[in-house]
Design a protein around this ligand. Structure first.
Ligand code: HPA
Length: 291
């Protein structure tokens, strides 16, 4: 059943969490959101239990090509995880309360760490297609303009009215990720940078790309920031990773153009590396209560 955005409240999230908890014995500490073309991350999970979004009470449905639309419970090196194969975007027409719906459900399942991945265009000059970027910070462009997932009444059971965002991305997890990238021999194409969310669905004009460059943006995409904001609001630690699928041109005489098919194709090329990287990160992360 399609839920109206006004009727979503604490009990709605609880109902969804209870439904899942009654159907699986797995108790994930880590949730992973797979970005466009990155759904193969879920394939690395052992002992899979799959729930289609269409079967999960109150869950929005995914419409974007390249997104499977299912929750996959399973283990990475013995650590219990839940993976979203397919996320919800503002540009699909979802209100931000629905875009972020799964994050609060994850919190109620007992998740402690959220890993977000996305496909992004590079704004930074030194990046190449196929590079990875550890997100060290973000710019919530829609949020700064009032399109913020926490607008409206605040439920203190999730978090405070004015949550801090200066520590949005967990410093220890970033350090761990950098160490892993050295061990996996991928430091040459691993960066740390600032991600900016734009509303989409059109890609950037050259003037917009120049504006983002001036603002200190390294990579741009149409997702991630609402989920990260909600995750921090309810106390989850966050790690973010962008796969650079295209270069955003800042020059009027450039022939560089971007299309969605190409964006999805890069994900396939980097599938193996992303799986090893995220598996290693999850295997080595520490949790509050022993896991
Ligand atoms: N711009 C915005 N979103 C994107 C891009 C881009 O160039 N590439 C992948 N997602």
């Amino acid at each position: 059943m399609m839920l109206s955005e006004d009727s979503i409240c604490y009990e709605t999230y609880q109902e969804t969490a209870d439904w899942l908890l009654s159907r699986t014995k797995q108790r994930p500490r880590v949730a992973i959101i797979c970005g466009s073309g990155l759904g193969m991350l879920a394939e690395a999970l052992a002992n899979q239990e799959v729930f289609k979004y269409t079967d999960v009470p109150n869950f929005p449905q995914s419409t974007v090509q390249g997104h499977a639309g299912q929750l996959v419970f399973g283990e990475l090196k013995g650590k219990a995880c839940v993976c979203m194969q397919g996320r919800f975007h503002k540009f699909e027409g979802y209100p931000l309360i629905k875009v972020t719906f799964p994050v609060r459900v994850f919190r109620l399942l007992g998740v402690e760490v959220l890993i977000v991945t996305n496909a992004a265009g590079s704004i930074a000059d030194g990046y190449n297609i196929g590079d990875l970027m550890i997100i060290k910070d973000h710019i919530n462009l829609p949020g700064l303009a009032g399109q913020h997932p926490l607008c409206g009444p605040n439920d203190e059971r999730f978090g405070s009215r004015f949550p801090c965002m200066s520590d949005a991305y967990d410093g220890d997890l970033c350090k761990l990720a950098l160490n892993i990238s050295r061990e996996l021999d991928c430091s040459d194409y691993m960066h740390e940078g600032v991600y900016c969310m734009v509303g989409g669905p059109s890609f950037e004009t050259i003037a917009e790309a120049r504006l983002l460059h001036t603002l200190g943006v390294d990579a741009v995409g149409m997702s991630t920031v609402p989920e990260v904001t909600l995750a921090r609001h309810c106390g989850l630690r966050v790690f973010g990773l962008s796969l650079i699928t295209n270069k955003v041109t800042k020059e009027y005489d450039s022939n560089e153009v971007v299309d969605h098919e190409a964006v999805l194709g890069i994900g396939k090329r980097r599938a193996g590396l992303l799986q090893s990287f995220v598996t290693e990160l999850v295997a080595r992360m520490e949790f509050n209560a022993g896991c």
